[in-house]
Write a protein that binds this ligand. Structure first.
Ligand code: PLP
Length: 384
């Protein structure tokens, strides 16, 4: 008998999403904007709790694009970007005909290495161009080394675009991710910690910046009775229907973070006695990850197995897993751009795997995961 699929991370509705969507239909607020958009933005502002302003947009990628525009990035500029990430962190640099400069990760948070970052900035300045912005990512929900990265950014006067697409509900020293950047970005795509079926948000520290983002996201229409435009506009605003789903999801966000963290606890307990397998975890108590996806690294020398062996084995058992993000500097589309670092992110890509982490996994799913992992690892030496 083929068992049902265990997904890596699938949408998990709370219950009230349909109520907000129905309200939108009942009041005919189906076309763009409307009360759910304002309500969702307010919910996010309350959650982030740091005097921030939120503009709900059509995707996280759109938010990164507008964020770079707000930071003044123009054609020919250089933008520093974490190499170990999803391509959506870096693509908007190319939308603007700017040049990405990729930076390796450090081993503790798997994010921007502050040392490689400073090396890159010094070298780019020596070559005649100071980078316009730094894109840092909280990968899999793990906050990057905020203090260290900020110190470097401040020393050279370069703003940070915080890609918090995977880290809603994470925090660093008690402050929420999504509030640390000069501009920050959230995503509500289908498999993120909460979803609006597709959507994102830009987080700013001033109302003026938010207004500018909303202006640009609604076709940059000047204040006139006819349609007049003095700037290039975009169609990037979130719809009132999507925002309705978002309002329902905000009611269950904390609960979903707790459930994802429970999945991480589950894997940590499972792998505690498995030699050669490491569960990616917070380096110390300053870091609080939403554990959007729990990831492991498999040492092939100790285990005699590769992450691809495990991925294929799980696939045979109808369980979805996924290699870690392939670093941007190894992607054909980005291969021609500068890269600073060693092989930290390359090794993570070779040895790492994301395991099913959804907040909607059941006890039966966990039992099945345990049994399947047992079958795969049965010949592993246990730790002494
Ligand atoms: C999902 C994601 C994005 C893009 O968000 P979308 O809403 O899918 O456009 C950007 N950066 C990272 C790190 C992501 O995981």
């Amino acid at each position: 008998m083929i068992q049902s699929k265990i997904w890596l991370s699938s949408p998990h509705m709370g219950g009230n999403e349909q109520k907000f969507v129905k309200e939108a239909f009942d009041t005919n607020w189906v076309a763009p904007l409307g009360p759910n958009v304002n309500g969702f933005e307010q919910d996010l502002e309350n959650f982030l709790n740091d005097d921030v302003h939120v503009a709900a947009l059509s995707s996280g990628t759109a938010a990164i694009h507008l964020g770079l525009i707000l930071l003044g990035v123009q054609a020919g500029d250089e933008v520093i970007c974490q190499s170990f990430t999803f391509s959506a962190s870096a693509n908007p640099i190319l939308y603007l005909a700017a040049t990405p400069v990729f930076i390796d990760s450090e081993k503790e948070t798997w994010n921007l290495c502050p040392i490689a970052l400073e090396k890159a900035i010094v070298d780019r300045i020596a070559k005649g161009k100071k980078p316009k912005a730094i894109i840092g990512v909280h990968l899999y929900g793990m906050p990057f080394k905020i203090d260290e990265v900020r110190a470097v950014a401040q020393q050279y006067g370069i703003p940070i675009l915080e890609d918090s697409a995977e880290a809603l509900g994470s925090s660093y020293k008690g402050k929420r991710c999504g509030t640390f950047g000069d501009i920050s970005v959230l995503s509500f795509n289908g498999n993120k910690i909460i979803t609006t079926s597709g959507g994102g948000a830009l987080v700013t520290h001033t109302a003026k910046q938010k207004d500018k983002a909303v202006f640009l996201s609604t076709q940059a229409r000047d204040n006139a009775p006819h349609y007049q435009h003095s700037e290039v506009g975009y169609n990037y605003r979130m719809s009132n229907i999507s925002a309705g789903i978002g309002r329902g999801q905000m009611e269950v966000l904390e609960n979903h973070v707790n459930l994802r963290r429970k999945m991480h606890d589950f894997y940590q307990a499972y792998f505690a006695d498995k030699n050669g397998v490491t569960v990616f975890s917070e380096p110390n108590a300053d870091y609080y990850s939403n554990h959007w996806l729990t990831s492991i690294t498999i040492n092939p020398i100790i285990t005699g197995k590769s992450r691809e062996d495990l991925r294929l084995f799980l696939e045979e058992h109808n369980i979805e897993s996924r290699p870690l993000w392939k670093p941007m500097h190894l992607q054909p589309i980005f291969a021609q751009y500068p890269y600073y670092g060693t092989n930290v992110s390359e090794t993570l890509f070779d040895e790492g795997l994301c395991l099913p982490s959804g907040s909607n996994l059941s006890d039966a799913d966990r039992l099945r995961l345990e049994k399947t992992l047992d079958d795969f690892f049965n010949n592993l030496l246990t730790k002494c």
